[in-house]
Design a protein. Structure first.
Lengths: 67, 388
């Protein structure tokens, strides 16, 4: 049933726009979406930790210098 | 050659509007040319009259008129606009150079005081990946990824990624990216209101001002470049040039260079970028159903970026004590359109409660969106390149 609907949707969109509907593309794009979002949180997470570490170490040192 | 023939040859360009094999009785191509000339004029109008991204839309609009005139000498093998495109966009040079200027303009100070705000910048890239899935239904993987990156709300990143992936729709992607960036004050408020309650929009967030050490400001761009480069090597060029610009600003010994990078340098590159991109706004490549779909998908990307940022803030609020709740609107500022998005969120806060000042938070989140969007661009490249 679902496959038939998929084929029908493909034909309808192709007819309407002339662009081929790629019903199976989600098998490639969906995992990429999940990995991409996880990746961006991972990179930003590391940058946040590094920034806290920078703040902690350099604000102390510069305060000591001022004193 | 007699007088009449000479005059006729002078006006031969007019003949290009009519092509017997074209649709609409032979006038189809001519109408497309005229449409593109009108689009160019519209971009010039929006740049001057509405001040929508004028530094880019003006050269882009004028360039569009130049390339769509019949028998235009501006494009083609030795046309100056094609030469400019090959010299600066085909090799991704102009967007990267522009990043030096953008980096020099950004003050990461308030963000460094509250590094946790960077999480919203990450969440607000959701629109990119969501649009990637949507665009995948209609375009091949490389074009879908190039279209999705419109959601980075960052022109140079969009150009860089689309160019690197060899997308055929660079012109449409550029128009969508820069138009929607300029339209952030119109696109974001209804979306934010749709996904927040009045009670949430009234949440106040007191801001504690504080200094960040100069050393932190100097080391930060280096650290970001190294971290992003190690995790997503494809993003090194993008992140690196952005952070290099910021290092020029923060190092304290290159103030003259920083000033130049922010103004004269960035403006010069933008002029060339705008003109060069116009070469991809040629009527034969631009006027088609794909362009309309790209514009629609670009809008979806901006909407879901906004939704992603707001929903993430709402999710965080589940775990926050009652007196430390976050105003979820600040999540929407995580899209990289700087500083429009930060200002829009602040204005929305003030509209709900004239004493609710969210500017420091929204601008910080907005700046983090700048970093996150560039990293997202690198991740898209890293994820998609093996699939192409």
């Amino acid at each position: 049933m679902l496959t038939n609907l998929n084929i029908l949707a493909m034909q309808f969109i192709t007819l309407l726009t002339g662009i081929t509907f790629r019903g199976g593309s989600w098998k490639q794009t969906l995992p990429a979406m999940v990995i991409g979002m996880l990746g961006i949180f991972l990179v930003i997470g590391i940058i946040i930790v590094a920034t806290y570490a920078l703040n902690k170490s350099f604000s102390k040192k510069e305060k000591n210098k001022e004193e | 050659m007699n007088f009449l023939e000479t005059v006729k040859s002078l006006f031969s360009a007019f003949g290009e509007f009519y092509n017997p094999s074209a649709p609409l009785g032979g006038w189809g191509d001519g109408l497309k040319m005229l449409l593109m000339i009108c689009i160019g004029a519209l971009l010039v109008y929006l740049a001057i009259k509405k001040e929508m991204e004028p530094t880019l839309l003006l050269p882009m609009g004028f360039g569009t008129i130049l390339v769509n005139l019949p028998l235009s000498g501006a494009i083609g093998h030795e046309g100056p606009i094609t030469v400019l495109f090959d010299a600066g966009i085909a090799n991704e040079l102009f967007p990267l150079l522009l990043f030096i200027g953008i980096g020099a303009m950004i003050d990461f100070g308030p963000l460094l005081k509250n590094p946790w705000l960077m999480l919203f910048g990450a969440a607000a890239q959701f629109g990119i990946f969501f649009t990637f899935v949507m665009a995948g239904f209609f375009f091949d993987i490389k074009d879908a990824a190039s279209i999705a990156i419109i959601g980075a709300a960052d022109g140079p990143t969009s150009i860089f990624v689309a160019d690197k992936l060899g997308s055929a729709y660079l012109g449409a992607i550029m128009v969508a990216a820069y138009s929607y960036m300029a339209l952030v004050p119109i696109i974001q408020p209804p979306v934010i209101k749709a996904v927040t309650t009045k009670k949430e929009r009234l949440i106040r967030m007191p801001y504690k001002a504080g200094d960040v050490s100069k050393t932190t400001k100097i080391v930060f761009p280096v650290i970001v470049t190294i971290v992003a480069g190690l995790v997503a090597p494809a993003s090194v060029a993008l992140v690196g040039f952005l952070m290099f610009g910021n290092l020029i600003r923060e190092c304290g010994v290159l103030n003259g260079l920083s000033e130049t990078a922010q103004n004269a340098f960035a403006n010069s590159i933008t002029i060339m970028l705008g003109l060069a991109v116009a070469s991809r706004m040629y009527w034969a490549e631009f006027v088609n159903i794909e362009t309309i779909m790209i514009l629609a998908l670009g809008l979806i990307a901006f909407i879901f970026d906004t939704v992603g940022g707001v929903m993430f803030a709402k999710f965080i609020n589940i775990f926050m004590p009652k007196n430390r709740k976050i105003n979820p609107m600040i999540g929407a500022a995580g899209i990289s359109a700087f500083p429009m998005s930060g200002r829009v969120v602040n204005q929305l806060g003030l509209k709900e409660d004239p004493q609710n000042f969210l500017l420091m938070y929204s601008i910080s989140v907005n700046v983090s969106g700048q970093i996150a969007s560039v990293i997202a661009g690198g991740l898209i490249l890293a994820l998609v390149t093996p699939l192409v």
